[in-house]
Write a protein that binds this ligand. Structure first.
Ligand SMILES: [Mn+2]
Length: 318
């Protein structure tokens, strides 16, 4: 499949690279690496809801300033490549039309819940990051990985392994990281850009959300609610909620950590993390997906009601 997809990329005339909604380091790293490789013929699409911008953290990455948005994307692509996109519902609005009308559709991913929604699917469930999957594709092609591509792939791997912490990390992942470092990636600088240049509003807002957390079942379950009014009060942006869940999970007793975020029209977005349990089993009930220790879903209820049904479900898996 690597070879086939590589051939398709080489022969494509106009390519749209689709990142997932609420873009993270992995999807952006893959998109920038692919764009860097393909040059002029490729565009990146950022699926941002109206008035939202790409996370500031990743503004140092190349090509994102010229990325298309859901409003500006046009139906001019013969090939689309989705990167780190777990399912077709993570492609929204105009992007779905572009996807559906493309001659060739490609899906490069590592979510074990990915069912392979494109014509060509390079899906390696359980691999650390989509960036690692993409690295292997470039590596097996024999083409040179430039420093610019290496920087982008390093961002993918660094962020999706939680700084080389998660159990998806294998000797091969570390080998790849070492290869990228040999190509000239400044690993400490990238780590600093991804983790140590946070907005004050983010740190203060997260401290507040953690202080408001509720604990259940002998502190095995921890959850906190992210309310729009609180975000406004702190001047926090959507991207500033990244990391709250991991922070709660880092408490010794906590097995399940959840963040419930007030979303549009009485719906609630849920992020779920665990230490040992498979959280995809929990979010499955609500139509969600993701990874074994990190998954998400949307519950079509206001936050307080959503918290109740979610906690009821989690208790079954304790
Ligand atoms: Mn990923």
């Amino acid at each position: 499949m690597e070879e086939k997809i590589f051939d398709l990329i080489e022969s494509a005339k106009k390519v749209l690279i689709i990142t997932h909604v609420n873009p993270d380091g992995d999807t952006l790293g893959c998109a920038c690496a692919l764009k860097s490789f393909m040059g002029e013929k490729a565009d990146i699409l950022l699926q941002l809801s109206k008035g939202k911008s790409c996370p500031d953290t990743y503004s140092f990455m190349p090509y994102l300033d010229k990325a298309k948005t859901l409003e500006s994307v046009q139906n001019i692509y013969d090939t689309v490549i989705c990167v780190d996109v777990a399912s077709i519902d993570r492609i929204v609005e105009n992007a779905r039309d572009v996807f559906n009308s493309a001659k060739v559709t490609i899906n490069i991913d590592h979510h074990k819940t990915n069912k392979g929604f494109a014509q060509y699917n390079l899906v390696r469930g359980g691999i650390s990051s989509a960036g690692e999957v993409l690295y292997e594709m470039f590596d097996s092609s024999g083409k040179e990985i430039t420093l610019e591509m290496a920087n982008c792939l390093y961002v993918s791997i660094l962020t999706d392994t939680g700084c080389f912490k998660y159990e998806t990390l294998t000797p091969r992942t570390l080998e790849i990281a070492a290869n990228l470092a040999r190509l000239g990636v400044n690993t400490s600088e990238i780590a600093r850009k991804c983790y140590d240049l946070k907005a004050k509003a983010m740190v203060m807002f997260q401290a507040y959300c953690v202080s408001e957390a509720k604990f259940l079942c002998d502190d095995k379950i921890a959850y906190t609610i992210v309310r729009k009014a609180d975000m406004e009060r702190f001047g926090a942006k959507d991207e500033h909620t990244e990391g709250i869940c991991e922070n709660l999970r880092s408490i010794k007793t906590v097995e399940f950590a959840c963040v419930l975020k007030e979303s549009a029209a009485g719906a609630t977005k849920v992020s779920l993390r665990s230490k040992e349990k498979d959280v995809t089993e929990v979010v499955k009930k609500f139509g969600g997906g993701g990874h074994i220790r990190a998954a998400g879903c949307t519950i079509r209820k206001p936050v307080n009601e959503a918290a109740e049904v979610l906690i009821d479900e989690i208790r079954k898996h304790l």
